[in-house]
Ligand binder design. Structure first.
Ligand code: ZN
Length: 432
């Protein structure tokens, strides 16, 4: 039978011809083969004896239905009794890897769906009509190769580091709950940051960060000009030791979060002392919980009215309002249109918070004073806005929810690197 060029183009693998397409009630079945030709033994080179064909079932990129490829694979035998090869079967790496059950393009398709469409392994496995394990076994080695490619670390000049909790289970069986995440915060020519999650390593410690920096090598470390971090002493001393020429900058996202946490703490304390219990439905302070986490500039008139009512309900609530204003002052420093103005506001925060009669605010003031160099550096290194770190954290959260948790840390790392842009998919990856 003459191969049909249109059907062959449908499969898109050169040298593989489509013999038949059958639409069944639950799936599309495509029968394919390569034309017969003379084959030599892979070991000794003697012309091999053709032994007919056998069908191998592969799963291909699905359309509305799963697509099954029936590959009529050729088989041979080496006629030389002295050669150890014996019988062997046809391989076609552009179609599928040896012993693989997913076509090469199905593997690349699945990786693209995981990266760009918030797909899950379980959801894709259903569409492909394969088991979860089958799909992951095909995808995992590709991601491992991409993650092992050091060229993805080239040209990083601005590096962020962030703690990240990956499980809430037992640390005796699952290891440390925290991971240290490295984020690329380098700007492009237009000054925009396209944050990428570069890595996740076990533990939250100076050693975790130092070891990772050491592995990257001298060239990488010398290229880092700005190192952003959350206020954690271990990371700071790793930067001081390993990135001598870099300026350490407190990440704006984390500083603003510290401010929000202070408001929360004050609200809970005042709640407890005024009512004698934790927040209950109907308590005025519990009702404004989310309003207190928002920026003043985003509040609607209705929200302002609710905030005012809750604060005026009790004289003791004034303390919550003052704490909220302090958090707003901190945010305002980062939001200032002009960096010099922002720095002035930040200095005001440094000079006032630590003497505040509200103990939680005073504690934050002392923390910021201890970190004053890295805190103020934000305003002299060109702003590094909240967006990048926040966006990465958001993606990680989203994918953790989508997958309903992870049991294996290595799988978790690979999935998060893929989801948060750490793996280079251009050009399409090799499927080993
Ligand atoms: Zn042979």
């Amino acid at each position: 039978m003459e191969p049909c060029p249109r059907c062959d183009a449908l499969l898109g693998v050169e040298g593989v011809h489509v013999e038949r397409v059958e639409r069944g009630p639950t799936r599309l079945t495509v029968t394919v083969s390569t034309p017969s030709q003379v084959m030599g033994c892979p070991a000794c080179g003697v012309v091999a004896e053709a032994r007919g064909r056998r069908v191998r079932v592969l799963h291909d990129v699905p359309g509305e239905q799963p697509v099954v490829v029936r590959w009529r694979q050729r088989t041979w035998r080496c006629p030389d009794p002295g050669c150890g090869v014996g019988a062997f079967v046809e391989q076609h790496r552009a179609l599928v890897r040896p012993r693989g059950s997913l076509t090469r393009r199905a593997v690349i398709w699945a990786i693209g769906q995981l990266r760009h469409d918030h797909a899950t392994i379980a959801g894709l496995a259903r569409r492909l009509a394969v088991a979860w394990k089958t799909l992951w076994r095909a995808v995992r080695p590709v991601l491992e190769d991409l993650a092992g490619d050091e060229s993805r670390f080239a040209s990083v000049t601005s590096l962020g580091v962030d703690e990240h909790v990956w499980h809430h289970g037992d640390r005796r069986t699952k290891g440390p709950k925290e991971l240290t995440g490295m984020v690329d915060l380098t700007r492009d020519g237009g000054g925009r940051v396209h944050a990428r999650l570069l890595d996740l390593v076990p533990g939250r410690s100076k050693k975790a960060y130092v070891d990772w920096l050491t592995e990257r090598g001298e060239g990488f470390r010398a290229g880092i000009g700005v190192a952003a971090l959350d206020p954690f002493g271990g990371y700071k001393s790793a930067i001081d030791e390993q990135l001598e020429d870099a300026t350490a900058v407190l990440d704006a996202f984390h500083v603003v979060k510290l401010g929000t946490a202070v408001v929360d703490e004050v609200r809970r304390r005042v709640q407890q002392t005024t009512t004698g219990h934790r927040g209950r439905k109907g308590d005025p302070l519990l009702g404004i919980q989310t309003i207190l986490r928002a920026g003043a500039e985003n509040l609607t008139d209705k929200q302002w009215a609710r905030l005012t009512r809750a604060i005026e309900a009790n004289e003791a609530h004034e303390e919550v309002f003052v704490a909220w204003q302090c958090a707003q002052d901190l945010r305002a420093a980062y939001r200032a249109a002009d960096l010099a103005e922002g720095r002035k506001r930040a200095e005001k925060v440094l000079n006032s918070f630590h003497t505040c009669p509200i103990p939680e605010v005073a504690r934050l003031g002392r923390t910021l004073r201890r970190w004053s160099g890295a805190f103020l550096a934000y305003f002299t290194t060109g702003r590094q806005n909240n967006g990048p770190t926040e966006a990465i954290n958001g993606l990680i959260e989203l994918h953790r929810r989508l997958a309903r948790g992870y049991r294996n840390r290595d799988n978790y790392r690979l999935r998060m690197l893929l989801a948060a842009g750490g793996l280079d998919l251009k050009p399409p990856p090799d499927v080993p």
